[in-house]
Design a protein around this ligand. Structure first.
Ligand code: SF4
Ligand code: SF4
Length: 382
């Protein structure tokens, strides 16, 4: 197992973490076995968005005696009402649900108190200006939560959270399919094939901007839904018309900027082993670029994914970064100062390109880098 640092928290999280939502289906004995297996394999983080007291209890029992070795993302706003999960901001429901989470885990703290599932911008602003965030701030002051996180599937909400210094971690849904989808407040869009219109290819600029912003601001991203709920595992369901392996999905998520850990949802040891096989996999087995380049639908061919495979450049241009800043800048009417500054701080610029063409030979997506360099030079020299 490998570990990555989360911002300034001093926490080191395992690259693969335990997405525990299926534990409700398993008997206690199986949950215990899976949790012990995670511990043996060096997995040190779990996410509990689930409000079902039964699941919480099973997980709490399974980690008993070893709680301080686990990093827990505990969700605030996920409640259990009339035997059902209800997401709410009603503080009189939120408080007892969070207290129940602590009780079921037999602990007096959560490492990350997660503002649970915010996909609407309006709701984000209401949360950040109302009693919900006040409650969370109080929990932090009391050391009941050590850090504040937020979970969302919407890059526009995540971009706002990434600007907020008190939010240190974002649990965000990342996989190659979601990454081509423009920002949406409706989670159903991701599983609706009709929403993957033929004009979509390469990473949506707001998502690239999010990953970059998180990296710049030291906001950690942890990943959910890296397999798109399993849809990427077969040709028929994959929006690309071709399947990915779990290893390729994990590699894709772990190579996005600012990503610290991928929470893999598993039902048994075999499924966990399928993900842990990532560490035994060869570079070829991890490589997802051929799929994205040659996919029958939404091919990334000709689109820069900022993967960096085109290096080295004889005049030291960081092609991936120049292309990224160009893509981020061109979607704005006026180049944002932060993007201009990042571009200016690069050690070599588009104008330094001697058009040797080496990067084009190396690029798995056949990107016309020289053309990119001309356009970037023109844009940034305005
Ligand atoms: S130009 Fe090609 S190789 Fe270079 S970062 Fe972009 S996609 Fe990757
Ligand atoms: S074409 Fe330009 S950017 Fe590409 S390797 Fe040569 S000098 Fe570098």
């Amino acid at each position: 197992m490998k570990y990555r640092k989360i911002g300034n928290t001093g926490i080191k999280i395992s690259e693969l973490s335990f997405g525990a939502e299926w534990m409700g289906e398993l008997p206690d004995k199986e949950v215990n076995k899976l949790v012990k297996y995670c511990e043996e394999k060096g997995i040190n983080a779990l996410d509990c968005w689930m409000s079902d007291p039964d699941i919480r209890g099973k997980l709490g029992n399974a980690i008993e005696g070893n709680r301080e070795n686990w990093i827990i993302q505990g969700h605030i706003g996920s409640t259990w009402q009339n035997n059902q999960y209800v997401r709410t901001r009603e503080i009189d429901k939120v408080k007892p649900a969070f207290e129940d989470l602590l009780k079921k885990f037999k602990t007096d703290y959560m490492d990350f108190g997660m503002i649970h599932y915010v996909d609407e911008i309006k709701e984000y602003h209401e949360i950040m200006n109302g009693e919900f965030i006040e409650y969370i701030r109080q929990l932090k002051e009391d050391n009941t939560i050590h850090h504040i996180g937020l979970s969302t599937h919407n890059p526009d909400v995540a971009l706002l959270a990434a600007e907020e210094p008190e939010i240190e971690l974002i649990l965000f849904s990342i996989n190659p399919a979601y990454d081509i989808m423009p920002a949406t407040e409706d989670i159903e869009d991701y599983s609706n094939k009709e929403k993957y219109t033929s004009d979509l290819s390469s990473i949506a600029p707001e998502r690239a901007e999010l990953y970059q912003k998180c990296e710049n601001n030291n906001t950690a991203i942890t990943v959910m839904k890296c397999f798109a709920g399993g849809r990427l595992f077969n040709d028929a369901d994959s929006p690309f018309g071709v399947a990915f392996t779990p290893i390729q999905c994990i590699e894709y998520a772990l190579t996005r900027p600012a990503v610290k850990s991928v929470f893999v949802g598993v039902k048994n040891i075999k499924e966990l082993d399928d993900s842990l096989a990532y560490y035994e996999a060869s570079e070829d087995e991890r490589d997802y670029t051929e799929i994205l380049k040659n996919a029958p639908n939404h091919s990334f061919k000709g689109q820069c994914t900022y993967c960096g495979h085109c290096a080295p450049c004889p005049v030291n241009i960081n092609v991936a970064m120049v292309n990224k800043y160009y893509d981020l800048a061109r979607i704005h009417e006026q180049i944002p100062e932060s993007i201009r500054e990042h571009y200016n701080n690069l050690s070599a610029h588009a104008s330094d390109c001697i058009e040797c063409g080496q990067c084009i030979k190396n690029c798995p997506f056949d990107v016309n880098v020289i053309d990119y360099m001309h356009k970037a030079e023109e844009l940034f020299n305005q």
